[in-house]
Design a protein. Structure first.
Length: 263
């Protein structure tokens, strides 16, 4: 059997709870977050400066060590905001450690490459992800797809429509290697239903299913990938379609929505 598809569901050597118990200083706010009854985390993939309005009135409560990257986790009102690292293994580690804090609902907002230009002007609420990465195979038996939480995704999709955000529900392709998105792979993934490609969704979804958590994701397009060209739709300063406020506005709207799902 190919190693990446080997799935064993036996005793785990190191759990996040055990890691927390031997690193009490790093996890010193666990009981405080639990006592506040916080169950929801928003995961974003932009390292906003401290002065950004998103992080106003926030408190740094945790730093998840993802290799050389520190994923800052902030307390804001009645939810957490986590700044995620790149890739499936970082996604899995972040979700595992946030679960120690009692988080049960996870919403991720990130960028993706569009492989179906008919939807390039819309946001995608992910229904399922094609598992073309490694981490998900350590949490679930081999399969092509892994689904997000349908109820949470439905609530999120309805909220986007309520806020007049153009959105669809669809399939994403999660890969570990963005420099190996070949023409034949793009064609095959499109035939399998994918409208976009990114690097974390299937890992997040697999961890959530394994641990009995809820996960949903919104994707916006940072580039367009097709058979003839690669076209960037986000500029060097991270402005989507030259609109620096778009993602900020969307995240604030999602904040409003998240207040309704803590229960």
């Amino acid at each position: 059997m190919i190693p990446i598809t080997e799935y064993y569901d036996d005793e785990i050597f190191l759990t996040p709870e055990k890691f927390a118990s031997v690193c009490p200083n790093e996890f010193k706010n666990v009981e405080r977050v639990k006592n506040l009854g916080i169950q929801t985390a928003l995961i974003i993939f932009m390292n906003f400066p401290e002065q950004n309005p998103i992080l106003q009135n926030c408190e740094l409560v945790f730093q998840c060590h993802l290799g050389s990257f520190l994923a800052n986790v902030y307390l804001k009102d009645d939810y957490l905001i986590a700044i995620a690292g790149l890739g499936g293994s970082a996604a899995a580690g972040l979700m595992e450690e946030l679960s120690v804090f009692g988080i049960k609902n996870f919403i991720a907002i990130g960028s993706a490459g569009c492989i179906d230009e008919s939807v390039k002007d819309k946001f995608v609420v992910v229904d399922s992800a094609i598992r073309d990465e490694g981490a998900s195979y350590k949490y679930l038996p081999p399969d092509i797809y892994v689904s997000t939480d349908n109820d949470l995704s439905t609530l999120l999709f309805d909220a986007l429509l309520h806020f007049n955000c153009p959105a669809i529900r669809g399939i994403t392709w999660t890969t570990d290697a963005f420099y190996r998105e070949t023409l034949n792979l793009i064609k095959k993934r499109r035939e399998q239903g994918a409208v976009c490609v990114e690097m974390e969704c299937s890992s997040f979804s697999a961890v959530a299913k394994k641990k009995g958590l809820r996960f949903a994701q919104i994707l916006y397009f940072s580039d367009v990938v097709n058979e003839t060209e690669w076209k960037r739709t986000i500029d060097s300063e991270g402005h989507y379609n030259n609109n620096r406020d778009l993602m900020l506005e969307l995240i604030i709207k999602v904040f409003e929505f998240m207040k309704s799902i803590n229960d």
